[in-house]
Every structure is written in C-alpha cells, then in structure tokens.
Design a protein around this ligand. Sequence first.
Ligand code: SF4
Length: 373
Amino acid sequence: MSIKSAYIHIPFCVKICTYCDFNKYFIQNQPVDEYLDCLIKEMYFDSPQTLNTMFVGGGTPTALNMNQLEKLLKAIQRQFNILGEYTFEANPDELTEEKIKLLKAYGVNRLSMGVQTFDESLLKILGRTHESKDIYRAVAYAKKYDIPSISLDLMYHLPTQTIEQFDSSLDEALSLDIDHISSYGLILEPQTQFYNLYRKGKLVLPSDTLGADMYHLLMDKMKSSSMHQYEISNFAKEGHESEHNKVYWRNESYYGFGAGASGYLNGCRYTNVKPVNHYIKHITNNQKPVLEKTYPSLDEKMEEEMFLGLRMNQGVNKKTFYQKYHRHLDTLYQNEIHQLMKKGWIINTPEYIALSDEGRIVGNEVFEAFIKL
Ligand code: SF4
C-alpha cells in the first residue's frame, strides 16, 4: 500500500499546560537546532514522497523561531510533494504576522489553533500563554494572508467551568467565521499537574452530568451553525473536514517523524523514542529512532477499524470492511449489532454502521462492544 500521509512532531512548548500529557518539553535550554537537524535526517532516511496530507504538530511548532521554522519548512518542501491538506498546529500568541506569512509562502493551507477557551480565568487555570485578544489577532492575520482553512480547538468539562462559559466560548468561535472546530472534554491524564491536584483534592471538576450537558450543547449549537458534525468531536464547513485526521479514523497508513511520533506502515504500528536526547542519539548513530513496534493481528485490525471508523458520522462502510478483511461485518458482529440497535445507539443500513446521536454520547461503551479480546 502506498503511504499518503505524514505526521511530524515538534516536542517543544514555551510553557507547559496544566492538563497536558503529550510528549513535550519546556523549550528553554533544549537542543532545538540539533533536534531539527535530526528530524530532517529522519525524514530523509526514505526517498522523496508525494503525499496527500501532512500534519505538523506537537508540542507547538510555532514555538520555533523564524530561522528554525524556515529550516523545517524548506526541508519538508524538499522531501515531500504535498498535494492536499498541509496543517500546522499553532498557539494563538505565537502566531505572529511574519510566521503566518512564512507558513503561507511554503504552502501551509490549514492552521489548527490551540484556543481551548475564550474565558481569561479558564485560560489561566489551563496554564495557557495566550489571552483571548491573541485569538482574534491570530485569526485576523490568518484571514489577511488567505490561509484557506482555519480550525480552533475548544475544551469543555474544565475545572470551575460553567455551561454559560462554554456557551460563550462557542459563540465567540462561531462569530470569527472560521472553518472547523474540534471540541474535546477534559480527560485527567496521569503525570499532569491537574492529575496531581485532583489526587490531593485540590481540583474540582464539573459533574459528569454537566459534562454531558456541555456535549449536548455543543452538538445542538453546531447544528444551527454553518458547520456540520462529521466526527464525535469535530465540526466543519463544507469542504473543510480534516483529511489528515480521517486517515487515522479510516485506519490507513501514515509516516510518523520526530520524538514520540507514531506511524503505521505496512501493517506495523510504531512509536519513536520520546526523550529528545534519546531521539538525537539514535539519529546521530544513523539508527531508526523506534521505541516499539507492534503488528496488529487480523482480529485487532478489525476492532481498530470499528472503533476508529465509528467515530465518524459516516461510520464504517460494510463493502470497504469486506474488501480490507474478507469478513462480512454483519455476520462477524451479529450479536453486538443486535444489542446496540436495541439500545438505539447505532444506525445499521445495508451500506454502513454508524453511531446514532444517543450513541455519540456513550461512544466509549459502543466501541467497547466491538473489542473482543
Ligand atoms: S501548548 Fe499544547 S503541547 Fe504544549 S503544553 Fe500546552 S497543550 Fe501541551
């Protein structure tokens, strides 16, 4: 199978957010230039490629300075012919006019901004570096330089957050007339500042019921906007769905480059070593920086196909499933489908299986039904 997508990881941030468990490091005193040299070398281990989608994430790619950013963009341009979506993740306060101009000049056609909320008090609780004014300014620059697709991330179920605060952030985002919104409820992950505070009883989260109300509000509000829901947590104007993320949800192959990046090539899922110094050491010794590899069995691949595919509103296509695995989905999951239909959590047609609106609320319970191991 030819690989059509790639993810590049920049593991540096100007400040560490209180809820974050990504592979990221406080940028000060990090060997950023050396890391970039190694990242470029890793990209060049293979011959040049034509790609449909590229996603540069982190960490924060916009934490790089102008010289570093240009070096990365040039290297990507030299190695990859990107035919479609080319996304950079960005923090609003780091997205200066000159950085947007530079990204645009190298063909970046989608910005995914880590906004999370427009509420100043919540931004502080999350440990974000930006204020709401930075969001308006960054979006205005992105529009000034005709970035074709602008996406904002928003969070809900945050400590002290009221439903009115979430509602107001959604209103602010929609008023900016952007193209895409990703919205996720907070999950407390181990080894985060939030998790430690929670264990000490110093962090109070909204109730699960309020969290579910926020998700209902999100779905209702987006129904009356110019964006449609196409995945459990993602909403887009026509023609602005994230093609790169659909590669993940369709369980397709992709390259992963950089410290802690994951990839899926020729039936092998792999993850690179996470610490920056380990990554640099591997590459300097001309070794692939892979920490672990797994080869999912046929059963595991089919399970992945179900719980990833069901995230999308279009669900899992039965014909495609058969073409990939030579199994009939209806026969394979006969009992599960029957039970889930009885609960009203899935829609089952001759062509596909998808979550119902109710099913989206209890998504994890539906996914678990398809995990047999
Ligand atoms: S900016 Fe993003 S990657 Fe960096 S600490 Fe915050 S959430 Fe994590």
